[in-house]
Design a protein. Structure first.
Length: 288
């Protein structure tokens, strides 16, 4: 049992680095994922994960696999797409979801095209699917820094964020914090997606944000409880996914996301809050 569960992390440094990276991604991304879910922005997170690709690709084109260049490029691309889609939605009759879909599809195609100009198929796979087993010190510091910024920002903006989730019109009527809070939250989303991109790639970056959040929704109604459960699910998914990858030889990033998907499926069936359990095990008459 020791060799199966603990040995890989004790024996190999790259497994310890991957574990630290997964912990940091879980701590920073899962709470943001809960708010994305409550604000009905889950698909927005997925679109934004694809939207950072051209910026990361430009950074790769200029400096290769340079952490700083790809990070800055991803952040710039993410904010450009978010602001551009919002501007189009507010200036035309096109809805925000449609404008965001158009922007992210163009961004994804542009990013792949840029990568094809200089990179190899290996570089393309690295950027699309990440390499959580190859995290270096600088990348771990970046991911940990993003997680710290996320937790501190959520602590400061907790009340307006909750109000905006529950009743954004009320928040706008009693305070001018609605707009700045929304922009700050978009910034957190982009930062966490850029951090996750370095470990999980652009295609899977949103997975460790949304799947634990969706699973937590079936176990709690209280926001704080949902965030705690989401973080626990994300951390356990990271640990189990890394072990599955190590023992089976499967890619680590997809393994982590698939484990999170298993947690989501189990929560969907067994969760006591709005899951399928109420149909499988019906309560007594007039019992909620």
């Amino acid at each position: 049992m020791y060799d199966f569960l603990i040995g890989p992390f004790v024996e190999f440094e790259f497994m310890r680095r991957a574990l630290v990276g997964a912990f940091a991604l879980a701590l920073g991304g899962a709470p943001v994922g809960v708010f994305l879910m409550l604000r009905r922005m889950s698909l927005t997170g997925d679109a934004m994960a694809h939207a950072i690709l051209p910026g990361a690709a430009v950074g790769f084109l200029v400096s290769g696999l340079d952490l700083f260049a790809m990070t800055v490029g991803g952040i710039v691309a993410g904010f450009t797409v978010a602001l551009g889609a919002g501007l189009v939605a507010r200036s035309t009759e096109l809805k925000e979801d449609a404008s965001l879909a158009a922007f992210y599809l163009v961004s994804l195609a542009l990013g792949v095209l840029i990568l094809s100009l200089k990179g190899s198929n290996i570089d393309l796979l690295h950027i699309l699917f990440g390499s959580v087993l190859a995290l270096d010190d600088a990348t771990l510091v970046l991911i940990a820094g993003i997680a710290t910024i996320s937790l501190l920002t959520l602590a400061v903006l907790w009340r307006p964020l909750v109000l905006e989730c529950v009743d954004p019109n009320f928040l706008r009527s009693v305070s001018g914090a609605g707009g700045p809070t929304h922009l700050a939250f978009l910034a957190l989303m982009v930062l966490n997606l850029v951090g996750a991109f370095h470990g999980l790639g652009t295609l899977l970056a949103v997975g460790l944000m949304m799947l634990p959040a969706a699973a937590a929704r079936f176990w709690a109604r209280d926001l704080t409880s949902m965030i705690v459960i989401a973080v626990v699910v994300a951390v356990v998914s990271g640990v189990v996914g890394l072990l599955v990858s190590y023992h089976s030889g499967a890619a680590a990033g997809p393994a982590i996301i698939l484990v999170a998907g298993v947690f989501y499926a189990a929560s969907l069936v067994l969760g006591p809050v709005g899951g399928l359990r109420r149909y499988l095990v019906p309560g007594r008459h007039l019992e909620a």
